[in-house]
Design a protein around this ligand. Structure first.
Ligand SMILES: N[C@@H](CCC(=O)N[C@@H](CS)C(=O)NCC(=O)O)C(=O)O
Length: 246
């Protein structure tokens, strides 16, 4: 199936019985969460990429919120990145990602809640044109990173939040961490440098994450992310950017 986006007016690509489909967008950090879990667990699937500024009517019918990711198999539809990942983990239990220990599972929920607080300053730093506002967003991002640094260090069984193997939370956090190095490229503001020396445990985590085949398969480098966000800020991003096929 083509990786090119489907736009408003495009015909619905027919589903096949029993074939799992992910509605995605190649630059979306939330959709990357689902792509990471699909890859990590080797779950057969197909991907339909959606033009998020010109959404097909059939996509809006599937998810009235109009957001990716969405999973579909037969008559089942699951939107929302965290729900898609947990659902995949439950339906494909081999190589389980969610912690079995209830205390750890509870704390992964806490970490997820904190990671959702990172998202506001992250997009704020991307969108703001005011240098001092960018700096204050950057401070907030660093404060959250420091929290994750301390939490991961306290677990003492890394390199992953899941211990010696990644958990769903590792895949929830990764797409945002992967995009942090593009912020100083986008804004040319040194306040946005991650300062890896202040978060050594997270830096070692990132190194281990980058070794995972799922991360290798779904990651883009900082300059590609910056190119994408630069385009979104000027209004007409090319959703098919970097695709080699016709
Ligand atoms: N809470 C959602 C957020 C997903 C989200 O914001 N996706 C963006 C793309 S990165 C989207 O679909 N935006 C289109 C829109 O909001 O109209 C999740 O975790 O899946």
């Amino acid at each position: 199936m083509s990786q090119k986006v489907y736009t408003q007016g495009s015909a619905f690509p027919p589903t096949k019985p029993g074939v799992l489909r992910l509605y995605s967008m190649r630059f979306c950090p939330f959709a990357q969460r689902a792509r990471l879990v699909l890859q990590h667990k080797n779950i057969p699937h197909e991907i339909v990429n959606i033009h998020l500024r010109s959404k097909p009517e059939w996509f809006l019918a599937l998810n009235p919120l109009g957001q990716v990711p969405v999973l579909q198999i037969d008559d089942k539809i699951v939107p929302e990145s965290t729900a898609t990942c947990d659902w995949l983990d439950d339906v494909y239990p081999e190589n389980q990602l969610q912690p079995t220990d209830p205390y750890r599972r509870a704390w992964d929920r806490v970490l997820l809640e904190y990671s959702s607080k990172l998202i506001g300053p992250y997009y704020g730093a991307i969108r703001s044109t005011d240098a001092s506002e960018v700096e204050s967003k950057s401070e907030e991002i660093k404060k959250h990173m420091q929290f994750f640094e301390e939490q991961l260090k306290a677990r003492e069984d890394g390199p992953f939040f899941g211990g010696s193997k990644p958990s769903t939370f590792d895949f929830f956090l990764w797409p945002f961490y992967e995009r942090l190095p593009m912020l100083p490229l986008l804004k040319d503001n040194p306040a946005l440098d991650i300062e890896a020396d202040k978060i050594p445990t997270l830096t070692a985590w990132a190194k281990a994450m980058r070794e995972l085949p799922a991360v290798k398969a779904t990651s883009l480098d900082a300059s590609s992310h910056a190119t994408w966000y630069r385009q979104t800020l000027t209004g007409a991003p090319d959703y098919d950017m970097f695709l080699k096929e016709d």
